[in-house]
Unconditional design. Structure first.
Length: 268
């Protein structure tokens, strides 16, 4: 009989303990944040990468030892580009690199004695910018950036044989802006001054090209969002450099390049 009473007592005790255990998690819920899942806060980083086609025309003209030289070319360049946006700070890092063989153009120098068609050439370039888009509204932002651009170009003629090679190292200080036009369109633009550019190069005659340049560059793009992740954009880009403000080395020099851009981008 005593064993039966003991068993009943044990069963009652276990039942009470189970009931308390069932209430325990409910009491503990107040100790945790109301929103334990933080996914609704969004990703603070945004990424873009893709490819571009850049068609451009450019010229370099200079006077060396009193002799006038003019080099013109057209290019069909392929670019890769990328961008990282930190939405929590408003900062961004972007860059691109491109390469092209020379599609056409001419040399007009004392050696050619008139305009002679280019036989071969290249255009290689790269750029990186770091900026802050902390001003504006939810759909329109703008701010300053600082950057560096590298450009290397070369071209040659076959008859007479002549070649030119130039290389630029450019400091960029500018302002960038972005705007969202609804869910499907976006616009971006930038304007930069080049307060210092180091130019070096040479001619096949042995003459050296050396100067410090100043200039300006600009780019504008319009984008259409095909899906949540894929974007197509079109726009233009140009830069102009000169040493007319101060002369150093080469007695005079100016350079211009401008063209159109087509872009396919993956964004996430």
């Amino acid at each position: 009989m005593s064993r039966l009473i003991s068993a009943v007592g044990l069963l009652v005790g276990l039942t009470a303990t189970s009931a308390q255990a069932a209430d325990y998690p409910e009491m503990m819920r107040g100790s945790y944040p109301a929103s334990w899942d933080m996914s609704d806060e969004g990703d603070p980083l945004g990424f873009e990468f893709g490819v571009r086609y850049f068609y451009s025309a450019g010229f370099n003209e200079m006077t060396i030892a009193g002799a006038y030289h003019n080099f013109q070319d057209t290019n069909h360049a392929v670019e890769v580009h990328g961008r990282i946006d930190d939405y929590s700070t408003g900062t961004f890092l972007k860059g691109f690199a491109g390469f092209s063989g020379v599609g056409g153009g001419s040399h007009n120098t004392p050696l050619t004695a008139g305009a002679v068609a280019i036989d071969s050439g290249r255009l290689a370039y790269a750029l990186v910018d770091f900026g802050y888009l902390g001003f504006g509204t939810e759909t329109f932002t703008f701010g300053p950036f600082v950057g560096y651009q590298f450009v290397n170009g070369a071209s040659s003629t076959a008859a007479p044989v002549e070649s030119v090679n130039t290389e630029y190292h450019m400091l960029r200080l500018g302002v960038a802006a972005q705007a969202d036009l609804g869910d499907q369109f976006d616009i971006s633009a930038e304007l930069a001054v080049n307060p210092y550019t180091n130019l070096s190069g040479s001619l096949s005659s042995g003459a050296a090209i050396q100067s410090n340049l100043v200039g300006v560059s600009a780019e504008a793009m319009v984008g259409y969002h095909l899906t949540d992740n894929f974007i197509v954009r079109a726009g233009g880009r140009a830069w102009y450099l000169t040493d007319s403000i101060w002369a150093s080395g080469t007695s005079s020099y100016s350079s211009l390049r401008a063209g159109g851009i087509l872009e396919l981008t993956y964004s996430y």
